[in-house]
Design a binder for this molecule. Structure first.
Ligand SMILES: Nc1ncnc2c1ncn2[C@@H]1O[C@H](COP(=O)(O)OP(=O)(O)O)[C@@H](O)[C@H]1O
Ligand SMILES: Cc1cn([C@H]2C[C@H](O)[C@@H](COP(=O)(O)OP(=O)(O)O)O2)c(=O)[nH]c1=O
Length: 197
C-alpha cells in the first residue's frame, strides 16, 4: 500500500513522517526529492533562482521515475507499506504554479504534468494532505528559497485544492494549523483506518 504525505513547505510533513517511524517500524519510509544523484540535481535546481522551469520539472520527474522503479515498486511488490513524504502531487501542485508564472506557453500546466506522469507512474492508494495557509506555511518554512514565498505557495495551495476536488476519495485533509501533537495524533488515526481497510 502506498500512502503519500502532501502539503505546502512548512505544513509539518517531515515532523509527521518522522513520528510515524515508531508506529510503523516495518514500513518503508521514503521521500521526494530523494537523496540519489537525481535528487541532488533537483536540490541544485531548487536553489537556483534562474532555473529553467521545464528543465526543473523534468529533473523532478526523472528523480520520481528512479524513485519509483528503484525503491517504491520493489517494496510494493513485496506487499509492504510505503509512506512517502511528497510524491507526484507535489509536481502537479508546485511545477504547475511555476509554469503558470513563467514564459512557457503551456495552456493547462497541471493537466500537462499529470499527462507526463500518467504513462509511467503509480498513483498513491491514499494521500494525507496537511492543510495550512500559505502565509503560515512560508513563515514556518523560513522563506529560505524561491518556493517558500507567500504568493507562490498560495498558487500551489490552489492547485492542491484542484487535485483534491478531482479525486476527493484519494485525499484525506488534516488541519495542519493545530499543534504538532494534535496533527500527529490525527494522522495516526487516519493511517490506522487506511491500513485496516
Ligand atoms: N503543527 C505544527 N505547529 C507549529 N509548528 C510546526 C508544526 N509542525 C511542524 N512545525 C515546525 O514547522 C517547521 C516545518 O516543519 P516540517 O515538518 O519540516 O514541515 P515540512 O516537511 O512540511 O516542510 C519546523 O520548524 C517544525 O518544527
Ligand atoms: C517533490 C517536489 C518538491 N518540490 C519542492 C517543494 C519544496 O520547496 C522543495 C523541497 O522539498 P522538501 O524537502 O520536501 O521541502 P519541505 O520539507 O520544506 O516541504 O521542493 C517541488 O517543487 N516539486 C516536487 O515534485
Amino acid at each position: 500500500m502506498l500512502i503519500t504525505l502532501e502539503g505546502l513547505d512548512g505544513s509539518g510533513k517531515t515532523t509527521v513522517w518522522e513520528a510515524l517511524h515508531d508506529v510503523y517500524p516495518d514500513a518503508m519510509f521514503t521521500r521526494e526529492p530523494t537523496d540519489s544523484w537525481y535528487g541532488e540535481a533537483v536540490d541544485r535546481s531548487i536553489a537556483a533562482d534562474d532555473a529553467d522551469p521545464l528543465a526543473e520539472l523534468f529533473l523532478l520527474t526523472a528523480d520520481h521515475a528512479d524513485h519509483l522503479s528503484g525503491t517504491i515498486a520493489p517494496a510494493l511488490a513485496d506487499g509492504g507499506l510505503v509512506i512517502s513524504d511528497r510524491y507526484s502531487d507535489s509536481r502537479f501542485a508546485y511545477q504547475a504554479a511555476t509554469l503558470a508564472a513563467s514564459d512557457v506557453e503551456i495552456d493547462r500546466p497541471l493537466e500537462y504534468i499529470k499527462g507526463i506522469h500518467a504513462a509511467f507512474s503509480r498513483p498513491p492508494d491514499a494521500t494525507i494532505y496537511l492543510d495550512l495557509g500559505a502565509r503560515e506555511a512560508a513563515e514556518r518554512a523560513g522563506r529560505t528559497n524561491k518556493f517558500e514565498q507567500d504568493g507562490y505557495l498560495a498558487a500551489v495551495r490552489e492547485n492542491y485544492e484542484r487535485l483534491i476536488d478531482a479525486e476527493p476519495d484519494r485525499f484525506v485533509r488534516v488541519d495542519a494549523s493545530r499543534s504538532p501533537e494534535a496533527v500527529i495524533a490525527r494522522v495516526e488515526e487516519v493511517l490506522a483506518e487506511l491500513v485496516d481497510e
